[in-house]
Design a protein around this ligand. Structure first.
Ligand SMILES: *[C@@H]1O[C@H](CO)[C@@H](O)[C@H](O)[C@H]1NC(C)=O
Ligand SMILES: *[C@@H]1O[C@H](CO)[C@@H](O)[C@H](O)[C@H]1NC(C)=O
Ligand SMILES: *[C@@H]1O[C@H](CO)[C@@H](O)[C@H](O)[C@H]1NC(C)=O
Ligand SMILES: CC(=O)N[C@H]1CO[C@H](CO)[C@@H](O)[C@@H]1O
Length: 606
């Protein structure tokens, strides 16, 4: 090869090196053309054209891509093209080029993700070259896809908000806008405790972080199943999904909690060694070793002599060696519950064990009556709920303690017993009282301790119901009638009225009086305030009032007083205490003579 066109000589050399049978033929043709081209380029000024073509991927085979002649310089025509199948077989395999017409078609369905660019040179018989380049356009023919459909992630509870965990990103073979554009949590993000953050890397991959967005508390929720979705920028969008299971791992954030802050037991000093006394119980909301509770007696603070031992798993306290009431009456144990975490949480509870003397262990009761003078009494006006007495149960050996059953008997349902702490009991009025119905009640309080056999204490007393002025005096009759002659001396007996009052003391003490009423001549009479005897006070006069009336009032001495009234009607009897009087002292009558005998000639009136 001595023909040289500078750089062309190099490309000839390349062809030579790669030469196959077919290429060798082409090479010869090409060499021939080059010679002609060399000649024609002298004549035509070495003309070259370019043709840039675009085509969407995935078009069916036979789709027309373009026409080489469109790339010829103006004025140049050609009826035959030689195609240089440059550096690979792609052009020959994927494109069909009609060498006479210059029409380029696809030989098969093109895939941009496999090959996105084709280029070749077409040469006319006159040596004009056209540089043809074909770009395969992307279409959204791929969905974003996560590498795994399901993955899981362990995150400790209480992980700081903002902590990020990188996840495998989705890949999408399309490019630019058509590749992955973002991620969303489609489902399972209870309480919005997670969010996603993305970052585009130089290689166009959209990296994905799961970010803690809220408080993770295993004791509230121990797992989340997040449905993640990646989407691209196509229209419509294509998406890909995966499930991410987040397991919230326990941390030791809970201490054991005892179900009681204090435990009590009363045991006999004769209890045999190894006997179970009581069981303590603590729970821990954590999981596994963090929630496994182990019990222990704190020997530095309590029971250094090891009278008692506790089972570390069950919390059952048993007697370890014989007790002696004379040496120690009460044992206070500090029991600790610790979880089995590497940094354990510890909680204490107190256990009080009373040792009961073999001989003397009677509970005793102290009763204090809540009346003004401390005597067992209650006003009949007390409202239900009002306290009558306070009872504390104690044992001379142990002091006050709660393991005693106290009950109340008697009282006809009018009284009841209540307690808040099982140490102090209160007797209260349960139903309305009425002294006039019943003025005293027998009550009995029983205290039974928890020993075997139980020992009892008993106290009986009588509650007096105190009067209040709740009854007015009532007259025997609502109306009294009496008849007396009109002529009696002042001070004469008329009638005795009586009123009774069910109350006692001053509340039942009755005083009588008359209601003044001038029209009814009440001033004719008077009443003794104590006896209720009504006597005349003045001269009576039938002629001015034959039926005088008085209203009697009975009033008790309560504070305030109550009273009632009755009416007394008195009939006066008329007496002949007046001589007849003529209507005129002097009558002058004239009578005619010869008047027939029997003729009335005068009527006189008295
Ligand atoms: C506490 O637990 C112990 C042991 O299980 C049980 O005997 C006791 O009744 C419980 N106390 C309460 C207040 O639940
Ligand atoms: C407590 O935890 C330790 C260390 O993890 C373990 O060896 C031991 O078995 C646990 N105790 C119980 C009672 O499970
Ligand atoms: C308490 O004593 C009363 C009367 O003796 C009895 O009816 C009741 O069952 C006892 N209660 C308990 C908890 O022992
Ligand atoms: C006493 C007396 O007054 N008598 C008189 C009665 O009436 C007649 C007639 O009217 C008189 O004339 C009397 O003097």
């Amino acid at each position: 090869m001595t023909i040289s066109r500078g750089s062309e000589a190099v490309s000839f050399g390349q062809f030579e090196r790669r030469g196959t049978g077919k290429q060798a033929v082409l090479l010869l043709l090409y060499v021939g053309l080059e010679v002609i081209g060399l000649l024609s380029s002298v004549a035509l000024g070495n003309q070259e054209g370019t043709l840039e073509l675009r085509l969407d991927e995935e078009q069916p085979a036979g789709t027309i891509v373009g026409d080489i002649s469109a790339g010829l310089p103006p004025g140049v025509t050609a009826s035959l093209y030689f195609i240089s199948d440059h550096d690979d077989k792609g052009v020959g395999n994927d494109l069909l080029i009609d060498e006479t017409t210059g029409i380029i078609k696809t030989a098969r369905r093109l895939d941009r993700e496999e090959r996105d660019q084709y280029s070749f040179t077409a040469v006319t018989m006159t040596g004009v070259t056209v540089q043809v380049s074909i770009t395969v356009n992307d279409i959204n023919d791929h969905s974003p896809a996560f590498p795994r459909a399901k993955a899981s992630l362990k995150i400790p509870e209480h992980t700081a908000v903002g902590t990020r965990f990188s996840l495998d990103p989705a890949s999408d073979a399309d490019k630019d806008q058509l590749t992955t554009q973002g991620y969303v949590i489609k489902d399972g993000n209870v309480g919005q405790v997670f969010r996603l953050e993305t970052k585009r890397a130089a290689n166009m991959v959209l990296y994905l972080d799961l970010v803690v967005n809220g408080v993770l508390d295993r004791e509230k929720r121990s797992s989340y199943s997040l449905l993640l979705e990646a989407f691209d920028g196509g229209n419509p969008k294509r998406t890909g999904q995966m499930t991410l299971d987040v397991l919230v791992q326990d941390v030791n954030d809970h201490a054991p909690v005892f179900n009681q802050s204090r435990y009590h037991a009363i045991i006999s000093e004769s209890l045999p060694q190894g006997s179970n006394i009581l069981q303590v119980f603590a729970s821990d909301a954590d999981e596994g070793d963090n929630g496994l509770v182990l019990y222990e007696i704190n020997r530095r603070q309590s029971d250094p002599d090891r009278y008692f031992v506790i089972d570390p798993r069950s919390g059952v306290i048993t007697l370890n060696k014989p007790l002696d009431y004379e040496v120690r009456k009460v044992h206070e144990l500090v029991v600790q519950a610790r979880d089995n975490a590497s940094h354990p949480e510890i909680t204490n509870a107190f256990v009080t064990i009373h040792v009961r003397d073999y001989n003397d262990n009677q509970p005793t009761m102290t009763i204090i009556f809540l009346s003004e003078d401390g005597s067992p009494r209650i006003s009949e006006g007390a409202q239900p709920g009002q306290y009558v007495a306070r009872i504390s149960v104690s044992d001379p050996d142990y002091g006050e303690y709660s393991n005693v059953n106290v009950s109340l008997e008697g009282g006809d349902g009018k009284f009841a017993l209540t307690t808040k702490d099982s140490i102090i009991y209160l007797i209260y009025v349960d139903q309305v009282l009425d002294r006039e119905e019943r003025d005293s009640y027998e009550l009995r309080v029983l205290a039974t301790d928890a020993g075997t056999p139980p020992l009892r204490a008993e106290s009986s007393f009588t509650i007096q119901v105190m009067d209040i002025n709740d009854n007015p005096p009532l007259f025997d009759q609502q109306a009294y009638k009496q008849t007396i002659p009109e002529v009696v001396y002042p001070g004469s007996f008329v009638l005795q009225v009586t009123a009774r009052d069910k109350d006692t003391g001053p509340n039942g003490e009755v005083r009588y009086s008359l209601l003044p009423d001038a029209g009814a001549h009440s001033n004719w009479f008077t009443i003794d305030p104590v006896t209720g005897i009504i006597t005349t006070a003045l001269q009576l006069d039938y002629e001015s009032d034959p039926r005088p009336r008085v209203t009697v009032v009975a009033t008790d001495s309560g504070r305030p007083p109550l009273s009632s009234t009755a009416v007394v009607e008195i009939n006066l009897q008329d007496i002949n205490d007046n001589a007849p009087v003529f209507s005129s002292a002097h009558y002058n009558v004239s009578i005619k003579e010869n008047t027939a005998s029997g003729t009335c000639f005068l009527e006189v009136r008295i």
